[in-house]
Design a protein. Structure first.
Length: 157
């Protein structure tokens, strides 16, 4: 196994380890929302920009307004003959919160909201990245009675 890492890769590992430890400390709910309902929380907003602003800051909203199991994909950099995507489903019980870092975490780790793509009137993709690195994560949302995150794609190498 050939392990090569640069400073930004160490930073990414430390960031995600910190998020995981923070999530363990802050996680309040141990059961998924019943029948995928939103824990009786009111929808923060039908306007996506307003919804995302609140969603990214509150773990309870991330727990409530996420479709479980959550679709997740990442790049396996050790796949042969070339890096390849790996797909999985994350259960509520195995999820590490926050799923989407809030403003403070984004600022602390120099992450930027790169783009908000309106795929259709009821589907939005948010891209979170870090300048001058290959760090890029896409979050996908759909609108029914409220916006819900249904997929995360980690494009980082």
């Amino acid at each position: 196994m050939n392990i090569r890492a640069t400073g930004w890769q160490y930073t990414s590992v430390v960031f995600f380890l910190g998020l995981a430890l923070n999530a363990l400390a802050q996680q309040q709910h141990t059961d998924p929302p019943a029948n995928n309902e939103s824990l009786s929380l009111a929808c923060p907003s039908q306007d996506f920009a307003e919804f995302f602003e609140v969603f990214s800051e509150r773990i309870d909203l991330q727990q409530a307004f996420t479709v479980w199991p959550l679709k997740y994909s990442a790049i396996d950099v050790e796949a042969e003959p070339a890096p390849a995507p790996v797909h999985s489903l994350i259960s509520f019980q195995n999820a590490k919160f926050p799923l989407v870092p809030g403003k403070t975490e984004r600022k602390e780790y120099s992450m930027n909201l790169m783009e908000i793509n309106k795929i259709s009137p009821n589907h939005v993709e948010v891209q979170l990245g870090k300048d001058d690195t290959d760090f890029l994560v896409s979050y996908f949302f759909t609108l029914d009675s409220c916006w819900k995150m249904y997929r995360i794609e980690d494009h980082s190498l």
